[in-house]
Design a protein around this ligand. Sequence first.
Ligand code: HEC
Ligand code: HEC
Length: 292
Amino acid sequence: MWALLFLAAVLPLVAQPDHTGKVALGKKLFFDARLSADGAVSCATCHDPKRAFADGRILSAGVFGRVGDRHSPSLVGRGFGASQFWDGRAATLEEQVVEPIRNPKEMDMTVEQVVARLRTDYVGLTAESLALALASYVRTIRSTDSPLDRFLSGSGGGLSGIELEGLRLFRDKARCYLCHSGNQLTDELFHNTGVAWREGRLRDEGRARITGKTYHLGAFKTPTLREIAGTAPYMHDGSIATLEEAIEFYDRGGRANPYLDPDIQPLHLAAAEKRALLAFLRALSGVVREGL
Ligand code: HEC
Ligand code: HEC
């Protein structure tokens, strides 16, 4: 029954064998610092495989130590994504993967410069094959075999008593599942939880910067909660350091502001309920796989 509630049908994320070597090429590119102007920053600098492809910094740091505007998100399950970036400004992974190359605070190159620099090592590389390869590799990054997965598949192990209690809270009283839904624990939609609201104004307009819609002010894409215990700090601005703090944030009803999502409300959780919710969040970590 729980399996149905979690829409457990997993899309064929890595369906076909890599006949053309796209994934293998994309993996090489992902770890190649020559994609960046100072030759010191690769995709993996900010998306560290040891941290479920997120990083431990509050805000990301790119070429020449330039500090970015947002926190690096985990890349697990992005192949399921409806759009990419905290504000959804890229419609596809192919579109997304060239943006960090061009971003002056990340890699600060043009795609043409990268292709020219790498051509001798990567025979036949073009702007198009580079984007396709990187996107194909990112698509293979996924979280598997967490206690939640084992519970849903009935393969044994599964969730302990307190984790199961946390799952109940997650779905009901704590309201998390209203947004962190489906197999990847995200609705892929944009919500204002109040994270960006400081001293009477929005520090980052979020989705509204892309759509111009008032109802998108301060709204960010719901992130996956898979592997969440290993990807601190949290939120688009890295402003929440621990999962305990994240639970307190929601318990208070987020941060009040004129655009707050109506689904964010004070929860009045008891201490034992907070502990159970935390235990459930920790049961969302398994094995991060990438490649084929
Ligand atoms: C300097 C740090 C940095 C580098 C280098 C970097 N990224 Fe990112 N990445 C980020 C940040 C920060 C975001 C979120 C930015 C935003 O939403 O505005 C992000 C977002 C993403 C996303 C969207 C994830 C989501 O949840 O929507 C993908 C996919 C991604 N990066 C892949 C890559 C790839 C592929 C490369 C290498 C070509 C790369 N990144 C290089 C910091 C970096
Ligand atoms: C109204 C939709 C909504 C609800 C309800 C909701 N979340 Fe979120 N959650 C989001 C959005 C949107 C973000 C990103 C916010 C930002 O960065 O500004 C987020 C971020 C998070 C993060 C940080 C993830 C990361 O990678 O940085 C955690 C942890 C989290 N939520 C846990 C929970 C828990 C636990 C609950 C229930 C108590 C919950 N959420 C309820 C929408 C929601």
